[in-house]
Design a binder for this molecule. Structure first.
Ligand code: PLP
Length: 370
């Protein structure tokens, strides 16, 4: 058995600070929250003022850069990263093509803050993105697999079409993380992600990042962060750095458990439908097997109706009843309560790191009681 390039980068990620260490330096990154830095002169580089750069951001950005294979900038939330990437790429008079079935806050942002400045957003279902009309498009924004429907689209094929139309491609990679999918390698120009989810991983921090290999674009994203002032706090960066150290091992457990749970839910008479890209019969399976190295930890499960679905959540001992996903603890939520275009009994389940048999025993008992 030889190591894969992925094995190599996951190992490098844990030792990324080694090279710069001097005798007596801390192994973990110091939590530096200083707003100002010793600055007798401004022409010699280094840290100057906390809105421009901070040592603890740089620690987490170094990890993220290894994961993404590209320079990264950190942001105080996933939406801060998404809005920064959009503000750095949109152009007056050129459209933004966004998924109609992706994370809904991205659509609210486009309608509230891009449309009034002449950047109209067109909404296309993830499954129709490959055929979308890209005339006059400046930005094509993808989310694959989509949250919460888990539909996927072909990043490489869409990037080729978008580039031919003169558009930049942004991929929201939150549902898989760079551990499982690297959109930049498939031709995307920019990756955005909510590190609030699996990278932070413990439901105790909001964070996000932008990754791109396009230096000019990166400079604009950096300017947006500096000039808008949407900067992350040092403690948040420190927490995410700690979370990312175990991201790969958590993802391995979470995805393996999700596969087991999805298979059993799919075979259960009380479950009407299951979406999990790891199921061979799932419509997302073949494409995801090609463009990702795993199928993720999210499952869509449809129960009879809203009441039955809520009752299931209430009786499951190991499902947090919360929004969000990707944490150590499994969580479940009925997405129609937010207005997502899904059946009233549709649950988004995020599988955590609990031993899978304990998790399943709780679910099986809850299903039996419905
Ligand atoms: C949660 C989420 C976001 C937003 O992240 P925040 O940290 O809450 O701002 C963006 N995109 C997707 C796909 C998400 O699931």
């Amino acid at each position: 058995m030889t190591q894969t390039p992925d094995d190599r980068r996951f190992a490098e990620l844990l030792h990324h600070r080694a090279e710069g260490l001097a005798q007596g330096d801390p192994i973990t990154p110091p939590l530096v929250s200083s707003a100002t830095y010793h600055l007798p002169r401004v022409d010699q580089g280094g840290f100057m003022y906390g809105r421009m750069s901070m040592p603890t951001w740089e620690a987490v950005e170094a990890q993220l850069a290894i994961l993404e294979g590209a320079p990264c900038l950190s942001f105080p939330s996933g939406m801060a990263a998404i809005s920064a990437a959009l503000m750095a790429t949109v152009a007056p008079g050129r459209r933004v093509v966004l998924p109609s079935d992706g994370y809904y806050t991205t659509r609210l942002f486009a309608d509230a803050f891009l449309a009034p400045f002449g950047v109209t957003a067109d909404y296309v279902p993830t499954l129709a993105m490959a055929q979308a009309d890209l005339t006059e498009a400046g930005v094509v924004f993808l989310e694959t697999p989509s949250n919460p429907g888990l539909e996927v689209c072909d990043i490489a094929a869409i990037a080729a079409r978008a580039h031919a139309a003169g558009a930049k491609v942004i991929v929201d990679n939150t549902t898989l993380t760079a551990v499982l999918q690297r959109p930049l390698d498939l031709g995307a120009d920019v990756v955005v992600a909510a590190d609030t989810k699996a990278p932070g991983g413990h439901s105790d921090v909001l964070f996000g990042h932008v990754a791109t290999r396009d230096a000019a674009l990166m400079a604009r994203v950096r300017d947006w962060r500096k000039l808008s002032g949407a900067v992350p706090g040092a403690f948040e960066a420190w927490l995410v750095h700690r979370g990312i150290e175990t991201l790969e091992v958590r993802m391995a457990r979470m995805c393996a458990s999700a596969q087991v749970i999805a298979e059993r839910l799919a075979a259960h008479p009380k479950v009407q439908a299951v979406r999990y890209p790891g199921l061979p019969g799932d419509p997302s399976h073949a494409l995801m097997a090609r463009q990702a190295r795993g199928f993720g930890f999210l499952i869509g499960a449809t129960l009879a109706d809203a009441d039955v679905a809520e009752q299931f959540l209430e009786s499951c001992p190991f499902l947090a009843r919360a929004t969000s996903f990707g944490a150590t603890h499994s969580a479940g939520e009925r997405r129609a309560r937010w207005g997502d275009a899904v059946a009233p009994g549709f649950l988004r389940l995020s599988i955590g790191v609990e031993p899978v048999e304990a998790l399943w025993a709780g679910m099986a008992e809850a299903l039996a009681g419905l």
